[in-house]
Design a protein around this ligand. Structure first.
Ligand SMILES: Cc1ncc(COP(=O)(O)O)c(C=O)c1O
Length: 413
């Protein structure tokens, strides 16, 4: 009998993981706790209204679907270049060139499966574990696991609620130190809808270049702006060699599930990004890239229709919230969310009013909103409401929120 084999059979496998995956595992699990509970209630048949996610509630426009079907039909289902299909890189370069003093070449563009992956690739190419990245907060929740898994040292810069979370170049500049390698900004911002002005972008770009620092700008909501048009960092900056812009179709074209995003960079960084994409993605699906190029070139009508709908929804929320005693919000210039200040009506020993409000609202009225704290300390007194719900659904939710708040007020008096 082989004793060694016997020992092997009874030995329990001891799973060991990389530091990278351990870092992800320890990420804050509370972010989606209220939303997870809302889903459990809905699964049990309860009438829950979900205002927590930023996934467009529109279908991808029909002409884009038709185009993708046609490309599938002619066999565009094979490997694709790591940098992306030429026609899509051209379409993206054309968009970037349209209003910019700096013409963009298709050679400056690298295609990724979604904005998240583009951000991951860019940060992977720019930073080593332990190195410092400066990011203003409130910030998109998705940055946290990316930075955690790359084990980056994140220095957060507060954009306080008192100034409507406005983009603050001076505060970012003050946070930049000798160890800073990258500044990453987001305009328009998820969750606040704040937008950087062209002058602010130009100033920050120049400062970062002077300090030999990369400036990465996530512009995922560039096509969902209300009062004024978005200006790309690439358009605003005078010099491009330290600049990276990230964008995609998830929001603007209601194509979140298609997974299509891109990075626009310059010189040697483009080569690094293509190498990274080659190693990790090995090309995005051909028919999706071609449908994306079609979307960028031909469907501005649908983008405008969706943007107009988001604007009406924003106005509805802002008007209704303004009439509920104790709640307040400002009207965001862009994006898919409204941040509501709940500090007058929610009480929390830990100083996390947004969390307390979101939990109690779900308990009492079955409306699921996202607490502000995971977006950063500046948002602890807020909850985030999505615009990705039609006006009827939003009205129903706002009726419930109003009933919840006024009931609470009655109890308190
Ligand atoms: C600011 C911001 N950046 C990036 C992303 C990720 O985009 P994608 O769905 O294309 O990965 C999101 C998604 O919500 C976002 O809000």
């Amino acid at each position: 009998m082989n004793n060694n084999r016997k020992v092997m059979d009874v030995t329990k496998f001891n799973p060991r993981f990389s530091l990278q995956s351990e870092a992800l595992d320890s990420a804050d699990a509370d972010v989606w706790a209220v939303s997870d509970r809302a889903h459990e209630l809905a699964d049990k048949g309860e009438d829950v209204i979900f205002l927590c996610v930023g996934d467009p509630n529109f279908d991808t426009p029909e002409p884009i679907l038709d185009f993708a079907r046609a490309r599938l039909g002619v066999g565009r289902t094979h490997y694709s270049p790591a940098a992306g299909e030429a026609m899509l890189r051209r379409a993206i370069a054309d968009i970037e060139s349209k209003v910019s003093p700096h013409p963009c070449s298709p050679d400056d563009v690298v295609v990724f499966p979604g904005g998240t992956n583009a951000i991951y690739a860019v940060l992977s190419c720019l930073l080593n574990p332990g190195e410092e990245i400066v990011i203003p907060e409130p910030m998109y929740i998705g940055y946290v696991p990316i930075c955690d898994s790359l084990r980056l040292n994140v220095k957060r810069v507060a954009c306080p609620a008192e100034s409507n979370f406005a983009f603050d170049v001076d505060a970012i500049k003050a946070a930049i130190g000798d160890d800073t390698r990258v500044v990453m900004i987001n305009t328009p911002v998820n969750p606040t809808g704040a937008m950087a002005t062209p002058e602010q972008l130009r100033e920050l770009a120049a400062y970062c270049r002077e300090r030999d620092i990369w400036l990465v700008c996530d512009e995922m909501y560039s096509m969902i702006t209300f009062a004024r048009r978005h200006t790309s960092l690439r358009t605003a900056a005078k010099q491009l060699d330290n600049i990276v812009v990230i964008d995609g179709l998830s929001k603007s074209h209601a194509m979140s599930g298609w997974r299509l995003g891109w990075a626009v960079a310059h010189g040697p960084l483009v080569d690094r990004l293509i190498e990274f994409a080659g190693a990790t993605i090995f090309g995005c699906p051909q028919f999706i890239q071609e449908a994306a190029a079609f979307a960028l070139e031909f469907d501005t009508y649908f983008v405008k229709q969706m943007r107009d709908a988001y604007e009406k929804r924003r106005d509805l929320i802002v008007e209704r919230i303004g009439k509920i005693p104790g709640l307040s919000c400002y009207s965001p210039e862009a994006g898919m969310f409204v941040m509501v200040d709940v500090s007058q009506v929610a009480h929390s020993e830990e100083g996390n009013c947004g969390q307390a409000f979101a939990e109690a609202l779900l308990d009492a009225e079955r409306v699921s909103v996202l607490p502000g704290a995971p977006f950063g300390p500046s948002a602890v007194n807020h909850v985030r409401l999505t615009l990705a719900a039609d006006e009827g659904e939003l009205s129903r939710a706002l009726d419930r929120i109003e009933r919840f708040v006024t009931a609470g007020n009655r109890q308190a008096s």
